[in-house]
Write a protein that binds this ligand. Structure first.
Ligand SMILES: Cc1cc2nc3c(=O)[nH]c(=O)nc-3n(C[C@H](O)[C@H](O)[C@H](O)COP(=O)(O)O)c2cc1C
Length: 167
């Protein structure tokens, strides 16, 4: 099996992170993967906010999860994905960018997990300029990113019967 396939098949969501911050070189590559993802009609209607300020990260986590809880698994970096409001490919473009970032992160020895809570909460979705989300953009997903804490996640056994061939 080639290296790309091995990497795709071995990626798992990571939900426990070291305090160690992601190096800028690796971070840049993860963001390059995001902005090179496929997107509907090549509109690139997205914005990626890399939130690394510990104070703001904690504040946003408390806003989303409640006092003393973490929805972002205490990751040292959070990539907030937002899409121009009203764009009809918002969810699909988000998924493409998120998948590219998760795969890129994994290939670089980083761990990540898609954190969804902000999405769908219109109170929060469009009022995050304090956290670097541009005006007129709606948050569609966030990616918790960092170095995994602890051992490798267990291998996954995909659900059976989800592929059929018609030849
Ligand atoms: C649309 C979407 C939303 C998700 N939201 C969350 C989330 O809010 N919190 C979380 O821990 N994982 C979240 N995940 C990760 C999934 O739980 C995970 O991908 C799934 O259990 C399969 O496990 P794997 O990624 O390790 O292969 C989300 C994944 C997707 C695609």
């Amino acid at each position: 099996m080639n290296e790309v396939m091995k990497s795709i098949l071995s990626r798992r969501s990571i939900r426990s992170f070291q305090e160690k911050q992601v190096e800028n070189e690796k971070l840049d590559l993860v963001l390059q993967a995001a902005i090179n993802a496929p997107n509907g009609m090549h509109q690139e209607p997205w914005h990626f906010t890399v939130l690394q300020s510990p104070g703001l990260l904690r504040k946003l986590d408390t806003l989303v999860a409640g006092e003393g809880k973490s929805f972002f698994y205490h990751a040292p970096t959070l990539v907030i994905v937002s899409i121009e409001q009203g764009n009809r490919f918002a969810q699909a473009d988000t998924a493409c960018a998120m998948t590219n970032m998760m795969q890129a992160a994994h290939s670089l020895g980083l761990g990540s997990v898609w954190c969804n809570r902000i999405n769908g909460n219109s109170e929060l979705d469009t009022k995050l300029s304090e956290y670097g989300v541009p005006e007129g953009f709606q948050v569609t997903a966030t990616l918790a990113l960092g170095y995994a804490q602890g051992s490798e996640s267990e291998a996954r056994k995909p659900k059976e019967g989800t592929i059929s061939y018609v030849r």
